[in-house]
Design a protein around this ligand. Structure first.
Ligand code: MLT
Length: 276
C-alpha cells in the first residue's frame, strides 16, 4: 500500500483528492507548500482502509475484482475515508491541520469537519458540492460502478477527460491531459466502484454548512463542467466565515491546470486563514 506524500515541516495541510484520482494530483501543491514552511500531506483515499484490503491486494488477486458477487460487496463511504484521515493524523502525530478537499475529497472534508471539528485549523473546498445525490445520481453511480467492475477504467478516462479539464487545458497542455488519463487508468477498478457507491450513499451536507465555524476558502474553476458555479456560491452563502475564489482557464482539476494560482491562494490562506 503506498504511503501518503508527507513532505516539509511546519503547519500541516492535508490534501484530499477527487474521484477517480490519487494523491499525485497534488504534486505541484506538495512541492510548493513543503518548500515554503508547510508540512504537506496527501493520502491515497482509495487504498487506505482495511475495508479495501481487496484493492490493496490487487496484484496478488488480479482477477478477483472481475467476480461480480465479490466486487458488489465493495463499498467505500465518505465517513470511512474521513476516519482514515484522522487515523493518519494520529499516526503522523498531527493534532490539527488545514483540510483541503477537491470534489470527492470535499465530501470527505465535510464528514471530517463534522466528526473532528477540533482537528481542522482551516478548511479549503475545491470543485465542491454540498447537496446530496438524487435518485438519478444514485442510479447512474451504481451503473458506473458495475460497468467499471466488468470493463475496467478505460471508458471512464475517455468519458471524463473532456469534463474535468478546461478547453484550454485540453488544447494546450498535453502533459496535464496525459497525467490525468494515466491517473484514471491506474486507479484500481474496485476502489473506483467502491467510491462510486460511497458517493451515492453520501449525506446531503447543505444543513452542515451553517455549523462550520472554521475559516474556509472555496475554490472553483470557471470552466468546470462537473460542478455548476451555483454549487460554489451555495457553499459560500452557507459557511459564514468563507471566501470564494474563481479561477480562470481552469476546469474541475484547477490545481493541476492552474497550479501557480492555486498554490498562491493556498499559501496565503495558510498564512492567514481568516478570510473574513
Ligand atoms: C470528483 O472529481 O471527485 C468527482 O467529480 C466527484 C463526483 O463524482 O461527485
Amino acid at each position: 500500500m503506498p504511503q501518503p506524500y508527507n513532505e516539509g515541516d511546519g503547519p500541516a495541510v492535508i490534501l484530499l483528492h477527487g474521484y477517480p484520482f490519487n494523491r499525485s494530483m497534488w504534486r505541484e501543491q506538495i512541492d510548493f507548500l513543503s518548500a515554503r514552511g508547510c508540512r504537506a500531506i496527501a493520502p491515497n483515499l482509495l487504498e487506505m482502509s482495511d475495508d479495501l484490503q481487496l484493492v490493496a491486494d490487487a496484484d496478488a488477486q488480479e482477477s478477483e475484482w472481475q467476480r461480480p458477487a465479490e466486487a458488489y460487496r465493495t463499498f467505500r463511504t465518505m465517513v470511512s475515508m474521513a476516519r482514515d484521515v484522522s487515523a493518519l493524523m494520529d499516526e503522523l502525530k498531527i493534532d490539527q491541520a488545514v483540510i483541503c478537499g477537491l470534489s470527492m475529497g470535499a465530501y470527505v472534508a465535510f464528514e471530517f469537519v463534522r466528526l473532528f471539528p477540533s482537528r481542522v485549523r482551516a478548511f479549503v473546498l475545491a470543485g465542491a458540492r454540498a447537496q446530496g445525490p438524487d435518485e438519478d445520481e444514485k442510479q447512474s453511480r451504481e451503473q458506473q460502478a458495475r460497468r467499471i467492475l466488468t470493463e475496467g477504467m478505460a471508458f471512464v478516462a475517455d468519458a471524463m477527460l473532456s469534463k474535468v479539464l478546461a478547453p484550454r487545458t485540453l488544447a494546450e497542455n498535453p502533459a496535464v491531459v496525459s497525467r490525468v488519463r494515466e491517473m484514471i487508468l491506474r486507479t484500481d477498478p474496485r476502489g473506483a466502484a467502491a467510491a462510486q457507491r460511497g458517493m451515492a450513499a453520501r449525506r446531503d451536507y447543505s444543513n452542515d454548512l451553517c455549523d462550520i465555524e472554521t475559516p474556509t476558502l472555496i475554490i472553483a474553476g470557471r470552466e468546470d463542467a462537473v460542478r455548476k458555479a451555483e454549487d460554489a456560491e451555495f457553499i459560500r452563502r452557507g459557511i459564514r466565515n468563507s471566501h470564494l475564489e474563481i479561477i480562470d482557464d481552469a476546469g474541475h482539476l484547477m490545481n493541476m491546470e492552474q497550479p501557480e494560482v492555486v498554490n498562491r491562494l493556498l499559501l496565503s490562506f495558510m498564512g492567514e486563514p481568516d478570510p473574513a
